[in-house]
Design a protein around this ligand. Structure first.
Ligand SMILES: [Zn+2]
Length: 464
């Protein structure tokens, strides 16, 4: 045992495991550390977390398969496999995660979650861990929580200046609701935390700032943060109702998911509180339709909601290796970009960006500020598209336009844009094609060309 320890510790011990390693070396060091048995699993986990922190990974996935356990890092929104380790180490490594996050070790058939707080001689980041049973054993995902709060100033997120200025204006108001929308992992939480942090730094002494979250991702200092627990009945709705008796000035509600939470949040925004929350919708104007669908009276939505931010994250070109490139002409057409002399840029891949060509992400967003014209449209229950058009007429830049502008100015690429915001007519084109195929199936006497193209589809379906 002593001998077995001596070898890897000399070459790949904790000293080495805690310095930044290139992604492709993680596998080798991990293999050496895991050979140490019980202690190896402990060291391996610490090493994985410290490497995840060095590489600025947001999440680490431990995924069991038939013959191995893979470890993947999510870097700037995209998963990358960094190691594949022997099946014999799987249970020990997952058990280590469960021990540290206070989960029940022997319970393997049910999902669990927990949190691991930083420890001076282990790792300097909090992580949130969860496990989930699969046919090949438990898998686990850990989220690395970023404590570098200086990174979280609203103007450091990559938004256009006018969006940042608008957001600052809205959160300085004493009342009203600011709602954020976007798919998961579109950076909504980071935006909200940055706004709360700024409020805390400027107004903590004279404003009572509270949050209700699921889960609490960052700890903000002098902000009263609360984690809801639906399993015990402590839901957003219950927490929000009770919190209003605690004399808050600013309330952040993690998400408006149901009618009752929506009702209380809107009411709070009308009665002297600033409410910041997220709600599910495709665009900023769609948020009003969603609130109305939840049973909120249009005049309440129109007067309480002072602004809506819809956001997305685009990976930005690595500044160390970016160079001109010619995008597929089809992309230009799909995004209505005229064939002009734009200087399109793309990262070629270098050591700094681990060969990916992208480094970091920038937020693109559309900020709809409710003015009289938009309020009237909401009260009239106007269609989402009409509200959107009015917002654009009043100066709102859509997140699509914002994202296209970033590509045209060389900050990101069409490939990235296409992945984050697919062209609007792509879905319509696919649906038209499907409809055409369905039509030719019921009408075999249709044009020869369509019938021929329908045949492989029908065959594929039978094959399934
Ligand atoms: Zn690079």
């Amino acid at each position: 045992m002593a001998e077995a320890q001596a070898r890897p510790l000399a070459t790949a011990g904790p000293e080495r495991a805690n310095v930044a390693l290139p992604l492709e070396q993680i596998q080798k060091v991990l293999d050496d550390v895991l050979d140490l048995g019980e202690k190896g699993a402990m060291m391996a986990f610490d090493m994985i977390v410290s490497q995840a922190v060095h590489h600025r990974a947001s999440d680490v996935h431990f995924e069991p398969w038939r013959d191995c356990l893979t470890i993947r890092f999510r870097l700037d929104g995209i998963l990358h496999e960094v190691a594949m380790i022997g099946k014999q180490h799987q249970e020990r490594l997952i058990a280590r995660i469960k021990v540290l996050s206070n989960m029940v070790i022997y319970m393997r058939e049910m999902p669990q979650d927990g949190r691991i707080d930083p420890h001076a001689d282990r790792m300097n980041r909090s992580v949130r861990a969860s496990t989930f049973p699969t046919v090949y054993g438990e898998k686990s995902v850990i989220r690395v929580l970023d404590h570098k709060q200086d990174l979280m100033r609203p103007d450091a997120l990559g938004f256009r200046d006018d969006v940042v200025a608008g957001l600052r204006l809205l959160v300085r108001r004493p009342q009203g609701a600011l709602l954020l929308t976007g798919p998961s992992s579109s950076g909504k939480s980071t935006t909200i935390y940055s706004l709360l942090r700024e409020l805390m730094l400027t107004h903590a002494s004279n404003r009572h700032i509270v949050t209700i979250e699921d889960p609490v991702e960052y700890q903000l200092g002098r902000v009263g943060q609360t984690q809801i627990n639906p399993a015990t009945g402590f839901t957003f709705e219950v927490a929000l109702r009770s919190l209003l008796r605690q004399d808050p000035d600013v309330i952040m509600v993690g998400e408006i998911r149901d009618r009752e939470t929506a009702r209380i949040a809107i009411q709070a925004g009308l009665t002297g509180h600033l409410v910041i929350s997220t709600i599910h919708s495709g665009t900023s104007s769609g948020v009003f339709t969603r609130l109305l669908d939840m049973g909120i009276e249009p005049f309440l939505a129109a007067s309480a909601v002072t602004g809506v931010l819809a956001q997305r994250l685009l990976r930005s070109n690595c500044s160390h290796c970016t160079r001109p490139y010619t995008p597929d002409p089809e992309f230009l057409a799909q995004y209505d970009v005229p064939k002009k002399k734009y200087k399109f840029m793309k990262g070629a891949g270098c050591k700094e960006c681990r060969g990916l060509g992208y480094l970091g992400r920038l937020a693109v967003g559309e900020l709809l500020i409710t003015n009289d014209e938009i309020a009237e449209l909401i009260i009239d229950r106007t269609r989402t598209r009409t509200i959107q058009e009015a917002a654009v007429r009043n100066g709102m830049v859509t997140f699509l336009q914002d994202a296209v502008d970033r590509v045209l100015s060389g900050r990101s690429t069409f490939e990235e844009l296409r992945m984050v915001i697919p062209p609007a007519d792509e879905v319509e084109q696919a649906m038209r094609a499907m409809a055409a195929r369905a039509k030719t199936k019921v009408a075999p006497s249709g044009p020869k060309k369509s019938a021929a193209s329908a045949a492989p589809a029908a065959k594929a379906k039978r094959g399934k």
